[in-house]
Write a protein that binds this ligand. Structure first.
Ligand code: MD6
Ligand code: FE
Length: 209
């Protein structure tokens, strides 16, 4: 669709390295994956700790990876569940279209139940992701706005809409120079699941890693 192509062309800016592949998953495949994830994933309500108080984050989450691969996300320590077979397959497929040498050992899943669910401005720049991480996200379900802005100048802002089956790959200095978010929307929207594939370096690396 031409309008979607225009949005896609918008995702450029200083130090921004984003590769957006529309309809990376065919609609049937994406439908089946969404249904399976909503049914089978052990979704949990995480909390954020700030200024001595804790509050629920506005979405449900799940974290998949090898045992022992803990990951702290917005002050939360997450213990991984083993990847579902469907996520193993998708992990391989996603890695196959990334730059040579890129691979993923974990998946963070977020379920946005309604337009009131969201993820606030953040960068995936935790030390365990390493320098200039490649992070690939697959969107399923309702279309939602996805915005990026420069950390040093929030007026420098780009945005797109992520649709059912879209793949978005961020790499290079994107996480160190930009924040991104999925804002709430007052427009009635259906549920959406986003999967972000990451490589998490073990917390206590052994001599061989
Ligand atoms: C979302 N995505 O699309 C939230 N992070 O629901 C992210 O926070 C994200 O799409 C890193 C890389 C790609 C992403
Ligand atoms: Fe993110």
């Amino acid at each position: 669709m031409p309008s979607r192509q225009l949005f896609e062309d918008n995702l450029a800016g200083p130090g921004l390295s984003v590769d957006l592949r529309r309809a990376f998953l065919e609609a049937d495949t994406a439908d089946a994956l969404l249904a399976q994830l909503l049914a089978d994933v052990p979704w949990r309500q995480d909390e954020i700790f700030m200024f001595g108080t804790r509050s629920p984050v506005p979405r449900l989450s799940a974290w998949f990876g090898a045992p022992g691969l803990t990951y702290s996300y917005s002050g939360i320590d997450l213990e991984p569940d083993p990847l579902l077979p469907a996520l193993e397959d998708l992990r391989e497929l996603v890695a196959s279209v990334c730059a040579p040498g890129v691979s993923f050992n974990s998946v963070l899943a977020n379920w946005y139940r309604t337009g009131a669910d969201s993820v606030a401005w953040h960068a995936d720049d935790e030390p365990e992701l390493g320098r200039e991480p490649t992070i690939a996200s697959v969107s399923l379900g309702a279309a939602r706005r996805f915005q990026l802005r420069r950390k040093d100048d929030p007026t420098v802002k780009v945005e797109t809409t992520l649709h059912h089956g879209d793949l978005l790959i961020m790499s290079g200095p994107t996480q160190s120079l930009w924040h991104h978010q999925v804002p709430k929307t007052a427009t009635p929207v259906g549920e959406r699941v986003n999967l972000t594939f990451r490589w998490v370096h073990p917390a206590r690396p052994s001599l061989s890693s």
